[in-house]
Design a protein around this ligand. Sequence first.
Ligand code: FES
Length: 291
Amino acid sequence: MGRLAARPVLHRLAEQVGRVRALDGPAEAVAKQVRGAIPKGPVKDALSGTPLGHALHPLLTDVPIGSWTSAVLLDVLGGRASQPAAERLIGIGVLASLPTAATGLNDWADTTPASDEVRRVGAVHAVANVTALALYSGSLAARRSGRHGRGVALGLAGLGALMVGGHLGGHLSYAQAVGVDQTALERRPGDWTDVLADADLPEGALRGAEVDGHAVVLARTGGQVHALAGRCAHRGGSLSEGEIVDGCVECPLHGSRFRLDDGSVERGPSAYPQPVYETRVQGGRIAVRAA
Ligand code: FES
């Protein structure tokens, strides 16, 4: 029997966090509140990065991480003259952490119902980052009241919490593919590939099929057959279980809408369009190929 590949200890720790079922109750309750507070539409799309074309949260994290890390470096290496600059950097990080947290909270809330493990890791990632925010806020207050040594100590503790949050955030993005276009690695066939009997796709219906191991969703509207990648680019929802709305297929998980004719995003939270296939009907069969 083959052995499982050994993983680095930090990776295993992150995986352990993903198995802590005790997090489910509070995490699900908070995620539900967040989803209820952010209605589908322009605000949710902005927080999700839909107008940007990829997730907004990773871009915003650069500011607090960069500001707070630079402040700690100035504390350690910069000497007395750099104290005002370190204080300003911490203040910038505290301000920037607010929109950063809002985008992260929005993304995290959408991990329900897509993945329990991701929701749990995301909850601890959020707690670590809120701890870092509290420690840096305390550091700022201490510096402003003339207790510089206490401010430096709180900044160092904040950096520790930030590292924990950063590691778990990296695990979510790179090991769990949160925020990644879920269709990015699909390879679509260049040759016509038979997928379904024409009679099995009546007007106004959605059907699921498979091409080279990848899900495809087929739809017929106005007599025309459309085919898109069946796995939602946002978090992998099954589009064949969704519905047709105003010339779009709507994902059953978080309500992203993709135009049936070209796969473009009509409404987020997906930041990515849905790949489309060319279709043809011949001899009573529907076939597709990469557009
Ligand atoms: S999986 Fe989230 S909208 Fe489709």
